[in-house]
Write a protein that binds this ligand. Structure first.
Ligand SMILES: C[S@@+](CC[C@H](N)C(=O)[O-])C[C@H]1O[C@@H](n2cnc3c(N)ncnc32)[C@H](O)[C@@H]1O
Length: 206
């Protein structure tokens, strides 16, 4: 049976008026703050926190998600923040379609789902759209905070080096800039605090 990623994520976003904070992910701001480039692709952009930050920092962004609800919220916030003209929000089920490149930055932050999906195949196809000198930035959860949904606790969090090996990108085409876990303080929906790990894979296309 065909997996319906759209239905799954629509149901998830329908649970609340807003799921994410609207702020950029910590590693995005830290790493991309030091990069130059003009076109960025945000894979699984959710409610657009990263896309808006990128647009506010001079990038032209293509921001993709399977959820029309998430994209509508993101576009509403981007308009309110005056950056909608710099973000092309596109609805794609990335298992089927991907926006056309090229991109100076492809960012996939917490591009995780509990629905079966060949994530590595999507990341490989997205990697092929990165320009020479451009960056592929993958930031995965390295652990789950106590407040994460039950199903997430049963997930394995493969380390960054394992994800990179499984991606099987051509070594002659890619330089590894950063690889491994970074700890950060996280705050839960009810103000709970925890230290969690982000697994960072930052690659530069040669
Ligand atoms: C864990 S959320 C992360 C959202 C955002 N990147 C962030 O860091 O806040 C994963 C996102 O990937 C999207 N997603 C999951 N499967 C997808 C698919 N097959 N195609 C496109 N987007 C998908 C979901 O709708 C969701 O917004």
């Amino acid at each position: 049976m065909e997996t319906d990623h759209h239905a799954h994520w629509e149901a998830r976003y329908a649970e609340k008026a807003r799921i994410w904070s609207g702020r950029p992910n910590a590693r995005l701001a830290e790493i991309v703050g030091g990069l130059t480039g003009s076109r960025a692709l945000d894979l699984g952009c959710g409610e657009g926190g990263d896309a808006m930050w990128l647009a506010e920092h001079g990038w032209q962004v293509v921001a993709v998600d399977v959820s029309t609800t998430a994209l509508a919220r993101a576009a509403e916030d981007a308009e309110a923040r005056g950056v909608l003209a710099h973000i092309d929000f596109q609805q794609h089920d990335l298992t089927k379609t991907l926006p056309d490149g090229p991109f100076d930055l492809v960012s996939a932050h917490f591009f995780h789902t509990t629905v079966e999906m060949d994530r590595l195949a999507i990341l490989r196809r997205a990697a092929a759209t990165v320009t020479p000198g451009g960056t592929l930035l993958i930031v995965d959860h390295g652990s789950a905070p106590a407040w994460a949904p039950e199903e997430v606790h049963h997930h394995e969090f493969p380390p960054a080096d394992e994800v990179l090996a499984d991606l099987a990108l051509d070594d002659t085409q890619w330089e590894t800039v950063r690889l491994g876990p970074v700890e950060r303080d996280a705050v839960g929906p009810d103000g709970q605090q925890a230290t969690i790990a982000d697994n960072v894979i930052q690659l530069r296309r040669k």
